[in-house]
Write a protein that binds this ligand. Structure first.
Ligand code: KMH
Ligand code: ZN
Length: 271
């Protein structure tokens, strides 16, 4: 089976130190968490950044500083910037880090209730604008889908030339407001994307490892990390992103699947 690409989503925009004191905020903390994930086997870092007080920001300057610090510690890691940012940010704010021309960036393909209180808005016009920008700058989009309708939106954009082959998706499953993290729904999503596409599976909260195990066995790729889940097992907060990546690596090895290095990930995703 193809080697497993592990993406580490090391801090996200929503989780806080009140929930798990190990969530990184500062440049130093972010780069150390990236290194812990990289050393454990992550080949891609999905990057959000924070101000020192923990507030999420899409400032290109802050991204640049974090990227430089990460690259010093993890020379060959693939960097994927978030264009999702935090719910409520403007499109222009969200697009700021793509001007740094990272290898990858996320492209969120629809609007959803995001947890109990927020709405994560992605108008079709904005999605097209983001996709055009990524095409222009030669950045590989990771197509973020939280529901099946978002796959269909991405496929419409693909037909009209906003996205090009080979497509790479991230199925985010188990978020309140999005598709459930069930085997049935994973099969439904995986069966809906064009032949030759690649995909990563992200399980939210307690679904992180059960759905990762299924994805690994199925030959898909996985994302783990504090953005999506704070616990290494029931009732035990994770010490680091590295600990979460190590668990994904253990599951994969038990299933006889090797882990992709960053350069192997580049080949698999055709970066
Ligand atoms: N923070 C969420 C509202 C992405 O990175 O592209 C959006 C998000 C998706 O995290
Ligand atoms: Zn994100």
């Amino acid at each position: 089976m193809e080697k497993l690409i592990i993406t580490a989503a090391i801090c996200g925009a929503e989780v806080t130190k009140k929930q798990n004191v190990n969530i990184p905020y500062t440049i130093d903390e972010i780069s150390k968490e990236a290194k812990s994930a990289y050393d454990a086997g992550a080949s891609i870092i999905h990057l959000h950044v924070r101000e020192d007080d923990g507030s999420p920001t899409q400032s290109a300057d802050r991204f640049q500083k974090c990227i430089s610090a990460i690259k010093e510690k993890c020379k060959d890691v693939v960097l994927q910037v978030s264009t999702g940012g935090a719910a409520g940010m403007t499109d222009e704010e969200r697009l700021e880090p793509v001007n740094l021309k990272p290898e990858m960036a996320t492209l969120d393909c629809g609007t959803i209730n995001f947890g109990e209180e927020e709405i994560f808005i992605n108008k079709e016009k904005s999605i097209k604008h983001f996709a055009e920008k990524m095409l222009e700058l030669n950045i590989k989009p990771e197509i973020e889908v939280f529901d099946k309708g978002m796959v269909d939106t991405a496929l419409r954009l693909y037909k009209s030339g906003f996205l090009i082959d080979p497509l790479h998706f991230n199925f985010v499953m188990g978020l309140k407001g999005g598709i459930s993290a069930s085997l049935r729904d994973l099969a439904f999503m995986a069966g809906s994307i064009p032949y030759g596409s690649t995909y990563t599976v992200t399980g939210i909260g307690r679904y992180q490892f059960p759905i990762a195990a299924i994805a690994i066995a199925e030959g898909a790729h996985v994302r783990v990390g504090f953005e999506d889940n704070l616990y290494v097992e029931k009732g035990r907060l994770a010490d680091s992103n590295g600990q979460l990546v190590e668990k994904a690596v253990r599951i994969s090895r038990e299933l006889g699947r090797e882990i992709a290095s960053p350069d192997e990930a580049r080949k698999i995703l055709r970066l």
